[in-house]
Design a protein around this ligand. Structure first.
Ligand code: BES
Ligand code: MN
Length: 458
């Protein structure tokens, strides 16, 4: 292991340069005009993998291509070698609004220990950390104690549409003992983390239709319902004062936090007034009876993501709008099911909708919540690797974000995910001025290097 660690230490500057090259591709999966940038980025990843000693191919899909890269398989004698898949994504969220970036999103810039650029932490820096660890093994001639296959896709930020069928088609090649994913976060630089649960999601678009066109509010207002007002009142009924979702049955399947989990979560540092200031809100709000760390990771929520109706331009326009629309997502926790929640939300909205407007509900994407044991032998291996790399006692966490494909890995490959996040809460994932901490990058490489040793031991 010593040569591996020395190699990583000696090559940090080059690695940072390579991460900059990776970030320069505007691989925005949501925007059709970037199709070619996604393909070019996938080709760059594959070429990079070949350069460090992996066998790599770019697999076309109905959407954006998937890169598969394998460590060279030694001739097998006797015992089966363990096999691990490392999953990551090379696509990124849209960079808009551009004017809020201090430097252009696809022109990476280093400032102190922060590397700024869209995709720096979500997820290019995190998957490159694993590639660099494996490079260190291959380039120093150090024997890897396991086989590793990288699967780096280009549609994570738009729902991973092609990945499930890809996993099915390549089931035997990808059969593995566990999937390693660094696409989550850690609470602070001093609290590296193993995440054992993620929230799921169910998305909806609700439209209320009123008059057949925008109307003069002086001539007609008062005789017809206002769809924007009706929508506000309707949605307003779905959350009560104590922060609970007011939909009958919504909490039925929620698995309560165990005392062990609450104790673990309480180890995660939290500073209420610092958090409040960081987010710029006058006061925090959340479900009564739970700490903010519990609220944002282990409790379900109902969120309005977008609200549109009527005139949005400058000045005023006196109308009763013809329609009003809300984009909604609920975050789900084990063992809620997106299908059942979709049914409950739809029923409730229809039930409460007044007869003065017509309601239209379009269900959107969904993902199951995820939960694995934080005390399994493999989780213990991961915790040892994290501790060795960061020189800190790791925390075990539930997290509030969603990675829909972790359930596909479970269902299709029967493999659990080890979620070892390297992003920090202030890395601005999905926001302007996204960054990646270069210490997290370096420690992430060390963690990956240790991880293969630790995992191969159990
Ligand atoms: N990497 C994130 C998910 C994440 C971040 C999980 C931090 C836990 C901690 C991922 O890229 C993401 O943003 N996922 C989306 C999925 C959704 C569109 C289905 C999310 O959580 O909103
Ligand atoms: Mn991500």
């Amino acid at each position: 292991m010593q040569p591996v660690i020395r190699y990583l230490k000696q090559n940090q500057a080059r690695f940072v340069g390579e991460l900059c090259d990776y970030i320069r591709f505007p691989s925005v999966s949501a925007q059709p005009q970037h199709r070619h940038d996604l393909r070019a980025c996938a080709q760059w990843v594959a070429a990079h993998c070949r350069r460090i000693g992996l066998e790599a191919r770019v697999c076309p899909t109905q959407g954006h291509p998937i890169v598969v890269a394998r460590t060279p398989r030694p001739r097998r004698w006797g015992a089966r070698r363990p096999h691990f898949v490392v999953y990551g994504h090379y696509d990124v969220q849209p960079p808009e609004p551009f004017e809020l970036w201090k430097s252009p999103p696809f022109e990476p810039r280093v400032n102190g220990r922060a590397l700024f650029g869209r995709g720096a932490c979500d997820n290019k820096g995190q998957n490159l950390a694993h590639l660099k660890a494996v490079e260190a093994y291959l380039q120093t001639g150090t024997t890897l104690p396991c086989d590793i296959t990288f699967v780096i896709e280009g549609e994570e930020e738009v729902g991973s549409t092609s990945l499930a069928s890809f996993l099915k088609k390549n089931r035997s090649e990808l059969k593995c003992d566990a999937v390693v994913i660094s696409d989550t976060s850690m609470p602070t630089r001093r609290h590296p983390a193993l995440t054992y649960s993620l929230r799921g999601i169910a998305a909806f678009e609700v439209t209320l239709h009123g008059p057949n066109r925008d109307l003069h509010s002086g001539l007609f207002g008062g005789t017809v319902d206002n769809p924007a007002m009706a929508l506000c009142q309707l949605i307003g009924k779905l959350r009560d004062k104590s922060g609970r979702v007011a939909i009958p049955g919504f909490y039925d399947d929620v698995q309560p936090l165990s005392p062990f989990e609450r104790k673990q979560l309480a180890r995660v540092p939290f500073n209420g007034s610092g958090y409040r200031r960081f987010l710029g809100v006058p006061k925090l709000f959340g479900e009564r009876g739970y700490t903010p760390n519990e609220q944002r990771s282990a409790r379900p929520t109902f969120e309005i993501n977008g609200l549109t109706s009527g005139y949005q331009g400058e000045g005023s326009k006196t109308i009763v709008p013809a329609w009003a629309r809300a984009k909604i997502t609920t975050r789900l926790v084990p063992n809620q099911s997106p299908a059942r929640i979709t049914k409950l939300v739809t029923q409730r909205l229809k039930r409460l909708c007044p007869p003065t407007v017509r309601i239209e509900i379009k269900p959107g994407h969904g993902a199951e919540p995820y939960l694995v044991s934080p005390t399994s032998p493999r989780a213990q291996s991961a915790l040892r690797a994290i501790k060795a790399a960061f020189q800190r006692e790791p925390v075990v966490l539930r997290e509030g974000g969603s990675i829909p494909i972790v359930n596909d890995f479970k269902k299709i490959l029967h493999a659990d995910a080890l979620l070892i996040g390297l992003a920090l809460p202030d890395d601005n994932a999905h926001s302007p001025n996204e960054k990646f901490d270069l210490d997290c990058f370096a420690n992430g490489q060390l963690m990956s290097a240790h991880l293969w040793q630790e995992l191969a031991r159990v």
